[in-house]
Design a protein around this ligand. Structure first.
Ligand code: NAP
Length: 515
């Protein structure tokens, strides 16, 4: 058994040698942009004659790479390759499957800044956000490797006379993995390897906004010794090939993370058995959030304001856990608003190739349009306090924007925006604030800042979110420490990075022998 799991340390960019190392990695990755990359099916490199571009959202004229637009033909090929590989991979020992993840973790660690640099360029992460994403990916590999060994060990059962009983966890079959672009290494790698380490094989369809980092990860798995067909890399638009994949009777399970709209569609389509299908497809769907930070009249207001700004504008608000609602007791409202506005004004917006940028671009032109529309809605629904416009530059930059005096039923307070927009809602009491906090269709993350012990205890029961934080921001879940997943329309509460997660990729066989 390997040593106890520990989270990967983050890079301290205040150290000149770390900044230098990151700059070197960034330059190396920048020197290798614009190339065409194939599909990887059964270990074969396949080109289909039609590609799409992955671009740099800080500089949309810059092509990160060209990726294949897979069609139904390659989709069927990828499923067939995964089916073939399943026959041997399911019989591989748990130790050898776990060792693949440990070796891949070592490769990621060794070239950490290069993986992070791909994310700086492909999805506009700041250095610190990209570094956190890579560290989380390493954590998932280290954690799930250990977890797979735990599930493979003898399981406790009640003994009865005359029988020998055993419970074995076995894989499900061929899975479809559909990750989002916002944690394009960590979430993608976590979803993929949780499926694979438990003996399944998969078709990995990365987000069309982040295929380059997924491709680099598949190469790292190959370098770590992954047999052909265990992970099949299939790029292409979700709207073009998604239904074929989801509806295939040969797909046993679907692991999805993304928007509520796509997640619900997948769930509905997967529920319908197709001719030849002999199982109920299992769907794990982790979806959006409308997360909050609730500040009561006893709270440390500096800590609360710092937590609100970090959680609202970290990665431009493009985290499922981002704080998009600050719900503030009316007696401290003005003071909190003043502090939040000051801290927001201090943020530096710009291309994330610069070490100093805290706020980069939103992911693409569609996201920019959508966020700017929400800002216009906000101007009618609330009081604009700071920001409110597109920021200068070629990229999809939007000023970090704060609206005050937003009502609980407003669109700004109900709908996931997924951009640098914060709504502040006053509340006359903590109790009413808790009702406002719970008053959306989502239930992913939330925080309470308070110095009232009784209230903090009561909040553990009352605030209905999958990840509740007390006196800290609502983003930044750590693998193994904060198992992650939400309630209601936020998804199936799979608790990624937790000890129940691998069960979602397994089925248990109980074996009983009379002696
Ligand atoms: P998205 O638009 O739903 O896309 C997610 C994935 O689904 C992409 O790979 C996409 O591929 C694919 N897809 C699109 N249409 C499909 C279809 N009809 N069938 C099958 N797959 C399809 O979400 P996103 O913009 O990437 O991610 C942002 C969302 O993810 C936010 O709502 C955020 O809250 C949520 N999120 C949730 C969590 C969590 O743990 N709860 C974590 C991170 C993000 P294409 O790119 O090719 O369209």
């Amino acid at each position: 058994m390997p040593a106890e799991f520990k989270n990967e340390p983050l890079t301290d960019f205040s150290q000149p040698e770390n900044r230098k190392a990151f700059e070197t990695a960034l330059a190396k990755v920048q020197g290798d942009l614009g190339r065409e990359h194939p599909l990887v099916i059964g270990g074969e490199r396949i080109e289909v004659g039609k590609t799409f571009d992955s671009i740099d959202p800080s500089k949309p004229s810059q092509i990160i790479g060209k990726f294949q637009s897979a069609t139904t033909r390659e989709t069927e090929m990828a499923i067939a390759a995964a089916e073939k590989a399943f026959e041997s991979w399911k019989r591989e020992t748990p130790q050898r499957r776990a060792d693949l993840l440990f070796r891949a973790a070592a490769i990621l660690r060794e070239r950490k800044h290069e993986f992070s640099s791909v994310m700086v360029l492909e999805v506009g992460k700041s250095w610190a956000e990209a570094d956190g994403d890579t560290a989380e990916a390493i954590d998932f590999l280290q954690f799930y490797g250990r977890e797979a060994l735990r599930y493979a060990s003898e399981q406790p059962l009640t003994r009865i006379p005359g029988e020998k009983n055993e419970l074995r966890y076995i894989p499900l079959g061929v899975g479809l993995v559909v990750p989002p672009w916002n944690f394009p290494l960590a979430i993608m790698a976590g979803m993929t390897t949780a499926a694979v380490v438990t003996g399944n094989t998969v078709v990995l369809k990365p987000s069309s906004d982040a295929p380059a980092i997924a491709y680099q990860f598949v190469l790292a798995l190959e370098e770590a010794g992954m047999p052909p067909g265990v992970v099949n890399f299939l790029t292409g638009s979700g709207s073009a090939i998604g239904d074929t994949l989801v509806e295939s009777p040969r797909i046993r399970f679907i692991s999805f993370t993304g928007s509520k709209e796509v997640g619900l569609r997948i769930n509905e389509k997967a529920a319908q058995p197709r001719p030849g299908q002999i199982w109920i497809k299992r769907v794990v769907a982790e979806m959006g959030g409308k997360d909050f930070i609730l500040v009561d009249e006893t709270a440390d207001l500096d800590a609360a304001a710092a937590g609100i700004v970090a959680a609202a504008f970290g990665y431009q608000g493009q985290k499922c856990s981002a704080c998009s609602r600050a719900i503030v007791h009316q007696t401290v409202y003005d003071e909190v608003v003043k502090k939040v506005v000051e801290k927001t004004r201090a943020l530096k917006v710009g291309p994330t190739t610069s070490a100093d940028a805290n706020v980069g671009p939103v992911i693409n032109s569609g996201a920019e349009r959508k966020v700017l529309q929400y800002i216009e809605t906000g101007k009618r629904e609330g009081r604009l306090l700071v920001g409110g416009e597109k920021a200068p530059g070629e990229g999809y930059f939007i000023q970090p924007t704060v609206f005050g005096d937003v009502k609980p039923g407003a669109r700004l307070a109900q709908e996931e925006i997924f951009g640098p927009v914060l709504a502040i809602l006053p509340t006359p009491s903590y109790e009413e604030g808790a009702r406002i906090a719970n008053g959306t269709e989502y239930g992913l993350t939330g925080s309470l800042y308070s110095r009232d012990r009784q209230r903090l205890e009561q909040a553990k029961d009352v605030l209905h979110v999958g990840n509740l934080y007390l006196n800290r921001k609502c983003t930044g879940a750590l693998v193994g420490v904060h198992p992650f997943g939400g309630f209601n329309m936020s998804g199936t509460d799979s608790k990624a990075g937790g000890r129940d997660y691998l069960l979602l990729f397994l089925q248990a066989k109980a074996i009983s022998e009379v002696f």
